[in-house]
Design a protein around this ligand. Structure first.
Ligand SMILES: *Cc1c(COP(=O)(O)O)cnc(C)c1O
Length: 419
């Protein structure tokens, strides 16, 4: 049973001031998850979470995470600029980008960010761009093949195809990159990899860590490079469906510790710091999209039209992703109506739910669409002239703060040339 982090009474108060649709974030939940992550890796003295800015690029969210000791993982010029403006500096910024334009490497270097190279050719591209190679540098690894984890009755619990992913270097290339970087003056080396997205398994990070730790030991021997950090990146998931189990970050941290002690410590590499770049795990459950039912339509199927659309939350439209829906005030009512819950885009994929069993929905009901706190508002777009909604923060004292206003038609018009 998924519970919203906000009550009907609270929401009724909020909508008196801010019209739906809007994204609402739960400060308390964000802080609790950030602290649980820190505790899970407290055994590793250099541990740092670099929050993946792309998941929820809101300055107030970034500031909360900064207070919780997180750095930021940026992948573009704008994300670097936002992080800089939020007070992140130097090694608090990880720059994990791909197909990177020169100006982005230049800004990352200027800010003192740790640069994570996606390709062997980027070694010389970086040097030619900024005129030097930073003392501390990281390379992204792609093992190729198929990555699988734990077989269940339905098949593999986690399966992804790194061989189809555009990211990272091959095993041979990463050794070449390390050797070249060392030749050009690098002194501290890091390894990064992202093999599977939204994993619902406590085994993903430990399995990934084992692969990277093993490779770090080999690379140290092959190249003589001093590897000082290993970046497990993102990919720890959240249970979007109510019947899915949640990951236990303490168990995950413990699994990584075991691999660390089995592989790195005996190789004399017990000083390696770990990093993570979680986005979804930290933020998804602590944000929701709040929308109002404004139309019902009975044709070949039963439709509920809401005032939000895929422009506010794209994941159902582009991935067919499940997002749980709570009809506020009807939590105890039987789910005896089958609806498609739809937005207004002239795109038939603009459906938040298809054939979903829900309580009877009346016009004016408030719907909470769960787990929209990461890759939600951030993926928004303006198709059909549907503008991006506001973002609100439910603060720890129970009050609500506007942390991004809704776009207005003027925002949409301002980039056009009118005459
Ligand atoms: C998207 C991304 C992340 C965050 O992924 P989540 O699934 O949100 O944890 C981390 N690192 C990199 C390089 C990414 O591209």
């Amino acid at each position: 049973m998924k519970q919203p982090f906000v009550t009907l009474e609270q929401l009724q108060g909020i909508v008196r001031e801010y019209p739906t649709p809007f994204h609402l974030y739960d400060e308390r939940g964000i802080r609790e998850t950030a602290r649980a992550l820190r505790r899970a890796f407290a055994w590793n003295p250099g541990f740092r979470e670099y929050f993946a800015v792309k998941a929820t690029p809101n300055p107030q969210i970034l500031k909360i995470l900064r207070e919780e000791g997180c750095g930021v993982d940026c992948s573009s010029l704008t994300e670097l600029m936002m992080s800089d403006r939020c007070g992140f500096a130097g090694e608090e910024i990880m720059f994990s980008s791909n197909d990177t334009p020169a100006e982005e490497f230049a800004l990352a270097h200027q800010l003192g960010a740790v640069i994570n190279l996606d390709d062997l050719t980027h070694v010389d591209f970086l040097r030619n761009t900024i005129g030097t190679i930073p003392k501390k540098i990281s390379c992204r690894y792609n093992p190729g093949g198929t990555f699988t984890l734990g077989e269940s009755k339905e098949g593999f619990q986690v399966m992804d195809k790194p061989s189809d992913a555009k990211y990272g270097m091959t095993r041979t290339q990463i050794a070449q990159a390390f050797a070249r970087l060392k030749e050009l003056g690098a002194e501290e080396f890091g390894i990064h990899a992202f093999l599977a997205s939204n994993t619902i398994s406590n085994d993903y990070y430990p399995a990934l860590a084992s692969i990277l730790f093993q490779m770090a030991v080999e690379l140290k021997e092959e190249t003589g490079c001093h590897i000082t950090f290993i970046n497990l990146s993102g990919g720890v998931g959240v249970p979007y469906r109510p019947d899915q189990p949640a990951n236990d970050i303490a168990v995950i941290g413990e699994g990584v510790r075991r691999a660390y002690e089995e592989i790195l410590v005996p190789a004399g590499m017990g000083d390696v710091s770990l990093c993570t770049e979680l986005g979804r795990f930290l933020l998804a459950p602590h944000g929701c999209l709040v929308t109002t039912a404004i139309h019902e339509k009975h044709i070949y199927k039963e439709y509920i039209g809401v005032d939000a659309c895929a422009a506010n939350l794209m994941r159902p439209a582009i991935y067919g992703a499940y997002h749980h829906i709570t009809v506020m005030g009807k939590e105890g009512a039987p789910c005896d109506h089958m609806y498609d819950v739809v937005g207004s885009l002239c795109e038939n994929c603009d459906k938040f739910a298809v054939d979903r069993m829900l309580p009877k929905i009346d016009m004016g009901d408030l719907l909470v669409i769960h787990d929209a706190g990461a890759h939600g508002h951030a993926m928004g777009y303006q198709y059909n002239g549907r503008l991006r909604s506001a973002e609100l923060l439910l603060q720890e004292d129970g009050s609500t703060r506007l942390i991004r206003r809704a776009e207005t038609p003027e925002d949409y018009f301002v980039t056009a040339i009118w005459d």
